[in-house]
Design a protein around this ligand. Sequence first.
Ligand code: SF4
Length: 110
Amino acid sequence: MKLTCINCPMGCTITVTKTKEGYKFSGNNCARGEAFARDELTAPKRMVTALIHTDRGVTSVKTDKPIDKKLIFKLLAEIDKIHLKNAKMGQIVIKNALNTGVNVVVTKSI
Ligand code: SF4
């Protein structure tokens, strides 16, 4: 199996081979690639970015850590409910989203 690491712009192609002892990884240029590949095999996660509405217009938010891929649409539905008066960069708009320990933060003041 081949995976493309999305942890940095290098985008290494990681080859995963199943062995008797477990999995063998090659093609990654650093340890983060192996960690990414292991997560992809067991519990894939992604950073989530989205837009929210404020009284001053639309601005952007993102998760402060990757979240389980299965929860992305549920999280987007929660983010869609948000309407703020204004937004300040770094402001937490959802704390401990969906009980994951992940926060959703504003990425651009408006
Ligand atoms: S394996 Fe390391 S160098 Fe390669 S894309 Fe992933 S993080 Fe970047």
